[in-house]
Design a protein around this ligand. Structure first.
Ligand code: HEM
Length: 240
């Protein structure tokens, strides 16, 4: 009897070491190839199966179970990223005002406010650049306030956890939106609304210097010199 306990303990110990230590990762990958697809997806140690430590890959069916019913945890997904929002039970739990977000990816509704079945979908096609910035804002909010769980197999991640073309497209448009926003901010500094105090910006160069290149505000594509007005004058008058 003692022998059986000893052998069993040694076996369990070996399995635990094999499953835990980084050194054995390549062997785990090899071994996993002998298992069927769902097992691979669950453990996904293989390079093709993009398991990142402490990250899960969920199907929509799996995600559906995490709505806080029967004291289970509450998960929501945004742009295919799954977050554990159990600490926000008052919002997302079965009696919460935002319970419809639980157990699914309803990215579009975060912007449209359409909380019907038709509106609570992953697809964000047709949203404006400004609205994409809104989604990014929500994503930052969940990353800051809640625990990241993993990825949802769907529109934004494939069954190997790899980002899809839809996600790449979102990222491209987001960059465009951020650039547009930066330009707006820059313009706002240069051309503040006329109800605010205006402080003249550089010329950082001495305009008297022969080789000076910096024309201050005049370098901006929207600015040009009034005709017949000396660039160094402080005011110019024009006939009515
Ligand atoms: C597109 C429309 C909207 C979306 C997607 C949305 C989404 C959300 C979400 C997800 C939360 C929970 C945040 C958390 O985890 O802490 C929340 C909270 C909240 N929302 Fe909204 N919301 C929307 C519009 C509104 C509007 C129009 C109002 C007010 C009239 C409002 C008032 C609130 C309040 C007061 C809370 C905090 C509740 C509390 O802390 O007890 N929301 N919202």
């Amino acid at each position: 009897m003692f022998k059986i306990v000893l052998i069993t303990s040694a076996f369990v110990g070996l399995v635990a070491v094999f499953c835990t230590f980084e050194t054995f990762t390549p062997y785990r990958k090899q071994l996993l190839n002998f298992f069927p697809e769902p097992v691979k997806l669950y453990f996904d140690f293989g390079s093709k199966y993009a398991k990142i430590q402490d990250e899960r890959l969920l199907t929509k069916e799996q995600l559906k179970r995490f709505t806080g019913e029967n004291n289970r945890r509450i998960y929501i997904a945004l742009l295919g990223k799954v977050f554990d929002v159990s600490t926000g039970k008052k919002h997302y739990g079965p009696n919460g005002g935002y319970s419809f977000f639980a157990g699914r990816d309803g990215t579009r509704a975060f912007i449209t406010g359409d909380f019907t079945e038709k509106g609570l979908i992953e697809d964000i096609n047709g949203l404006s650049l400004q609205e994409l910035l809104g989604i990014d804002g929500w994503l930052k909010f969940y990353e800051k306030d809640y625990k990241y769980v993993g990825k949802l197999i769907g529109l934004y991640y494939d069954k190997y956890g790899q980002p899809t073309e839809a996600l790449a497209e979102y990222n491209r448009k987001l960059k465009e939106a951020q650039k547009e926003e930066d330009n707006k901010k820059e313009d706002m500094i240069k051309f503040p609304p006329c109800n605010s105090e205006y402080k003249q910006g550089p010329p950082t160069d001495d305009p008297q210097r022969k080789n000076h290149k910096n024309n201050g505000d005049l370098d901006h594509p929207k600015m040009k010199l009034y005709e017949n007005c000396d660039p160094n004058s402080e005011s110019c008058s024009f006939p009515e």
